[in-house]
Design a protein. Sequence first.
Length: 282
Amino acid sequence: MERVLREQLENGTYPLQARVPPQRQLADEFGVSRDTVQRALARLTEDGLIETRRGSGTRVIRVPNSRPHPPQSRRPGSASLKPLIEQAFQQAEVSLDVATLTAETLLRHLRNQHELIADEGASAPERLRVRMLLPWTTERLAYPRAVHAEDPRIWERWRAMVRENGRRLEELKAGFLGLGVETSVDIQHIPMTPQFKLYVINDEHMLFGPYSVLRRTIKVPREGRPDEDEAVDSLDVLGLGATLSYHRLEADDRTHDSVFFSSMKDWFSSHWDRWPEVPHTE
């Protein structure tokens, strides 16, 4: 566990001044005991990499030197969105380009940042800009859907979720504006089923994670009996469970990170510019 945490400090999963998750969360993520977590954190503290303050949790105070990698073979490990969002909100300007299926994950992290500013007095950025690519909602997607494709209820459930998340994003936008943050939230709907989720934070950090399709039952209102639930055999993806890899635009544009970063930025820009007139909702 200690080795993995050190690698996460190196690859930007937990950048400088980022909060390290609570011990209980780390124990759950690594599948270890609290004692194991405490020993790993104690060694990182002894090495001057993290510090714990009562009431404010554990933060990264020094990032270890990255191990040398051949320029074309560097492969950062898995990463988490939370510390990168926290780091971005410590700057004057925050820009987020996101491609996803429902916006659920981003909504949760933006709500956390709003609460930190509104309720705990954390410093606020001057500007926040969010651009989001979501699937269109007028045509059924490859997923989520019922295995028996003629049943529309799983798709309709997803559409309701997208509409609700859009409403909550607008509420958050108003909340940030009320805190004095110049805020814009723009959503573009594109005619395809997402194969991955993508986050570009401040045009510097990128997280990329492919969706894995699984078969599971989803509860929806029973036809003709809306007060009863029915478990429907469905194809779905779990966005919260997607493994995210970290990439960064570097000075040497020949590195694996820089090439991948630039290509995915181009992908985002091309779809953002190409589909402005696509109808997306009924």
